[in-house]
Design a protein around this ligand. Sequence first.
Ligand code: ADP
Ligand code: ASP
Ligand code: MG
Length: 386
Amino acid sequence: MSTIVQKYGGTSIDGREKILAIAERLAALRGSGHDVVVVVSAPGGTTDSLLRDATALAAEPSQRELDMLMTAGERISMSLLAIALNSIGCPAISFTGSQVGIITDTKHTDARILEVRPERVVRELASGNVVVVGGFQGVSTAKDVTTLGRGGSDTTAVALAAALGAERCEILTDVDGVYTADPNAIPAARKITEISFGDMSELARYGATVLKEDAVRFAEENGITLHVRKSGSDAAGTIVLDEPTRPCPPVTGLSLLEDVELLTWEHMPAGAAAEIGELSGRVKFVLTLGDQTLVAVERAAMERLLDRSDGNMSARRADLICAVGRDAGSAASAATARAALEDSGEKLLAMVSEGRSTVVAVRPGGARRALEALHDVFFPPTRTER
Ligand code: ADP
Ligand code: ASP
Ligand code: MG
């Protein structure tokens, strides 16, 4: 029997009605002859609320205890969904990440999956259960509960799909696919039918939260095609795969990452360069202009670099917009982006083009206007839209 892994995000699993509706759909899927594994996130807003509870008690809570706390959100969803499934006559059992053998490193709040030991899931599927798994969590090699970084339920779904040799991995969310820009910010954004792993992970890296970057990379490494769809709908969504089967436009999409730090050194000390090397995912770009080095980092990483700055570093906040696609990193696309920003009146703080992307930094608060201007120029309205 073929296995389907579905992942439901927080907004999809918020409240009794939505949980029951999901249970009905899962029961129908099980009834059509598939083995079904369902990964769930915490109910919408729960993880943020738990984090607020912790920081109300301590400015810098222990990372280990934060993981204990945050995994509670997913436990709520997984047990409620299993209860709902059983109540409609569809046998189901729920598990934490630890129980389904998701083994991670020891980096609390941002752990990497090292191995998945899915024997228990396989056994439960064989005995006819729908298996419900709490996303975003695992157990470390030191036997502590860990979380996989914000949005990490996507990673759980892909890791389980790979370990189980699943036929499909579906990410069900509150939008009906991946768009040319966040459709909640840019109403004119268009749904993308197919997108490559490379373009999707770059969009995710620069703020397209619809998929987590790690999950996309993991899917690529393990040859797992992803289907992004709207929860509760049968409409076709977006397929994330090695190579789109149809011709792609020169720019595939745009993403927006708000609130980063742009750090500038006249002469970067060796210590800072070493720190940057260690920050991997939190560094967005490094740009060298003569003696000056400009580094864009997520705000959370700034303190560490400040410590190594030897006093010659300056910092300013910025928003980043990234254009991704086969021609997005070309000189022509960079010139188009520059001209569009100039016309919009938004000042360009920095710009980096490489490979398949161009990233622009603009002042905080200016990004929405800049994103609109770039979307208009890279995805001009078709005649029927005008
Ligand atoms: P979930 O709780 O289901 O994991 P997320 O909030 O993590 O949902 O991701 C879905 C959100 O991603 C959408 O509501 C949308 O605002 C945002 N998003 C950002 N960029 C894009 C994009 N390019 N295409 C679609 N959605 C996007
Ligand atoms: N609940 C977690 C978060 O809010 C994980 C997830 O939603 O994927 O980040
Ligand atoms: Mg998400």
